[in-house]
Design a protein around this ligand. Structure first.
Ligand SMILES: NC(=O)c1ccc[n+]([C@@H]2O[C@H](COP(=O)([O-])OP(=O)(O)OC[C@H]3O[C@@H](n4cnc5c(N)ncnc54)[C@H](OP(=O)(O)O)[C@@H]3O)[C@@H](O)[C@H]2O)c1
Length: 262
């Protein structure tokens, strides 16, 4: 394989692609689904808010398929996969975008609150991948993309449990790649910086390099098209975080305290 060849097999051109977006009712997932529909793809839309999925599908009734579900429920995800296959005869890309956020400081931590966040941010993606993988492996092609976060790179203030869930997802997705690449299945890790969505609307701190959900969707589509393994953006922010990632703890902690004032 050439040194700089794309890490993932090519996806079909968007007008020929069948894409399932899980977490499509609002935020980054909805913007990504809209961008894919605008590019001509067939898009299956999943999340719990059925009304929002139908509103999104209404603009493209011929190419949008509404499949409401709670992605922490494996059997519901498996049933939706069967339905999508039944309607389309296959699926080229499953994007697991759904997630949630809650700010924790060490002194606020309770087991119940931590479990609730991990249920959505870690068990949800794991349940989804477990439900989808048998079909993907049987298909022998296709791809899966998982949205984690730059908050998973290293420890950050206010991200006590969120960061841990995203660090686990990054590791999980790297390992998924190692297992599935040889089987011809694409695996994408998507690490956004700050994106203006209902999830970040709750943040009271200044969010550096904040971008719109539409810009995030453009970055995701471009990264998928390029076959990148890690799709991270905006680069001006993620490059700095990648450098910070290399620092020994003494320097890393000092740099984070200086940057965040925490
Ligand atoms: N915004 C950012 O700055 C940022 C940065 C880095 C990473 N991320 C990650 O990007 C992803 C999307 O974030 P966002 O900002 O777009 O969040 P958001 O605006 O809160 O949207 C979250 C989406 O996930 C869906 N969802 C949540 N729980 C679900 C469940 N149990 N089953 C099915 N769907 C569920 C929601 O739909 P329903 O409520 O209708 O189910 C909604 O469509 C998350 O994984 C987040 O951690 C976001």
């Amino acid at each position: 394989m050439p040194l700089f060849a794309p890490l993932n097999p090519p996806l079909p051109a968007w007008p020929d692609a069948r894409v399932w977006v899980i977490g499509a009712s609002y935020g980054i997932g909805a913007a990504t689904a809209r961008a894919l529909l605008a590019a001509g793809a067939r898009v299956a839309l999943s999340a719990r808010s059925e009304d929002k999925l139908h509103a999104l599908a209404a603009a493209h009734p011929d190419r949008a398929l509404v499949a409401p579900l709670d992605f922490t429920q494996g059997p519901a995800v498996a049933a939706a996969w069967q339905r999508i296959h039944g309607e389309w005869g296959g699926c080229d890309l499953t994007l697991v975008v759904a997630g949630t956020h809650r700010e924790f400081r060490a002194w606020d931590l309770t087991e119940a609150d931590a479990d609730a966040l991990l249920e959505t941010n870690l068990n949800g993606p794991l349940a989804t991948v477990a439900a989808v993988l048998p079909g993907l492996i049987a298909q022998g092609r296709g791809a899966i993309g998982i949205v984690s976060s730059v908050a998973g790179y290293r420890g950050l203030p206010k991200a006590l449990v969120y960061g841990a869930s995203k660090a686990a997802l990054i590791n999980f997705t790297e390992t998924l790649y190692l297992d599935l690449h040889a089987r011809g299945i694409g695996v994408y890790l998507i690490n956004p910086g700050f994106v203006d969505t209902p999830l970040t609307a709750r943040n009271e701190f200044r969010m550096p390099h904040l971008i719109t959900a539409e810009d995030a969707a453009s970055e995701i589509l471009a990264g998928l098209r390029a076959g990148e393994f890690e799709i991270h953006f905006p680069r001006a922010f993620t490059r700095k975080l990648k450098l910070l990632r290399l620092l020994p703890y003494r320097l890393y902690f000092a740099a984070v305290r200086k940057a965040t004032g925490e």
